[in-house]
Write a protein that binds this ligand. Structure first.
Ligand SMILES: [Zn+2]
Length: 485
């Protein structure tokens, strides 16, 4: 007779791939979904979760988090791993992390989530200063893969390269079968609409890339917000066979406050935020914006980071010698909404979304709001429940090439996120059949690192479980399915 490790009973099971939406039970054994059926006998299972009244979706996959920044090594090691699990994520991709910080973070505060990482490109740290030639760029991408990363992250809004270097990084990653994500901006453009406009030229006819947080380039710094949104959607839609993309749904952004010796703010993103409200782009400008409550910095608590403004914010900014995370409420709700909800209006009458996924750009930063905000869009009528699952799980799985995740059918990984539709929040997180989160409390530990066959040897000494994935299956390389649902 069949016997199961875990039974998730009576939930509203939502699987976007098969368009399954029905009250059903899910039986799990050995970390795999064994059966999805209307009525499975609880006597057959070691453990049962009563999911009556809850939605049961494939585990939320957040393709844009920050849980392993090199700077986290000493300060907030692994805190982000707790915060993503509390928000309902079961798999996350660190967009610009260090493998050293990731393994240390999992050891210190692992929450049981699966984590893949993209090596960040920062001159003077992971990249030599000065102009880079093709051979150097090749070595940099290779060393990211050899360290166990899935690929690279270009941080154009912070450490821009020339258009030629940027283009070469992308084509080199493409040639090596590495994942490549791009926060737009080169030495010629910024972390704005002009950075998006530059992408077709950077990619040429064959380049492939993940465009990070499209909404962050539609803050009205070049054109009125609605025009920026329209143009951004056109750019992404025109590049449909070459790019994947996500949008985050949080109002606060995050950036760096670091100032040079003359007191001038270094980061393009931070300067733009100050300019938007007429503050000087200096340390004093930041102090004034903190005192006025426009800017915030962050402070670590036991369970996560929180935003702090006013005089305490100024204190933290000065204690950190300006080199602190900053946040401004600059993300336009209109951009987040319109970009998330926008669908193609092409002749073949499909209603696919133009932007593939919701990604939080959170992790250690206090804005892990994918589930809450997407549930608001469901209540508002902008997403159908199955579309929420598409945006939060199936499309992210496709983006990374995780063919056993993002789906709830038999034989797939038993990663589940349960949502309380009344609260509009994730209530349970389950990874490989094991509970990692219950009612916002993280009960998981450890974690699994997603890596490539090339990086396996680098992870092994850490003793942290790993899963080798095939990046050639990532949607930017394997192509889009004929229809997204
Ligand atoms: Zn980011």
């Amino acid at each position: 007779m069949d016997h199961y490790d875990l039974l998730v009973k009576n939930g509203r099971v939502l699987d976007a791939e098969t368009a399954f939406d029905s009250i059903a039970d899910i039986a799990i054994t050995g970390g795999i979904i064994e059966r999805v059926d209307p009525d499975i006998d609880p006597a057959l299972a070691d453990d049962t979760i009563d999911a009556a009244g809850l939605w049961v979706m494939p585990g939320m996959i957040d393709t844009h988090v920050h849980v392993a920044s090199a700077a986290d090594l000493d300060r907030v090691r692994g805190l982000g791993l707790q915060m993503v699990a509390a928000a309902g994520a079961t798999t996350v991709i660190d967009l610009g992390g260090s493998m050293e910080a990731l393994t240390a973070g999992i050891a210190a505060r692992g929450s049981g989530v699966n984590v893949g990482s993209l090596g960040y490109l920062k001159p003077g740290e992971t990249v030599p200063e000065g102009r880079l030639d093709a051979r150097q760029i090749g070595k940099i991408v290779e060393s990211a893969l050899d360290a166990g990363s899935l690929g690279i992250k270009l941080l154009g809004g912070y450490y821009p390269f020339t258009p030629e270097e940027t283009s070469k990084f992308i084509s080199t990653a493409n040639d090596m079968g590495a994942y490549v994500a791009y926060h737009v901006g080169t030495t010629e453009t910024g972390s704005r609409l002009d950075g998006l406009r530059e992408i077709p030229a950077l990619l040429g006819s064959s380049g492939r890339v993940h465009i990070a947080h499209v909404n962050a380039y539609c803050r009205g710094s070049i054109l009125p917000v609605d025009q920026e949104i329209r143009e951004a959607l056109q750019i992404v839609d025109d590049l449909r066979d070459q790019v994947v993309s996500e949008v985050h749904l949080a109002r606060p952004n995050f950036t760096l406050g670091k100032c040079d010796e003359s007191g001038n703010v270094e980061a393009d993103v931070c300067r733009n935020c100050l300019r938007l409200k007429g503050y000087p782009t200096t340390a004093d400008g930041i102090r004034a914006a903190l005192r006025d409550g426009y800017a915030s910095t962050v402070e670590a608590t036991r369970t996560g980071l929180v935003l702090v403004t006013g005089e305490r914010g100024v204190e933290l900014f000065d204690e950190g010698d300006t080199d602190v995370s900053m946040s401004f409420p600059v993300n336009s709700a209109i951009s987040a909404f319109q970009l998330s909800a926008a669908r193609r209006t092409s002749t073949d009458s499909d209603r696919d979304f133009i932007i593939d996924a919701v990604g939080s750009d959170a992790g250690a930063l206090p804005r892990n709001v994918n589930v809450e905000q997407s549930m608001r869009l469901v209540k508002f009528g902008a997403f159908e429940p199955l579309e929420l699952v598409l945006k939060l799980s199936l499309n992210p799985a496709r983006m990374i090439g995780l063919n056993n995740k993002g789906r709830l059918s038999e034989g797939k990984d038993a990663d589940l996120t349960l949502i309380d539709p009344v609260e509009g929040k994730a209530s349970h997180g389950i990874v490989a059949g094991r509970m990692i989160m219950l009612a916002g409390r993280v009960v998981g530990s450890g974690g699994t690192i997603l890596t490539t066959d090339r990086g396996e040897h680098a992870i092994e000494p850490s003793g942290i479980p790993l899963e080798v994935i095939d990046v050639s299956q990532a949607m930017m390389y394997s192509g889009r399915p004929p229809r997204s649902t």
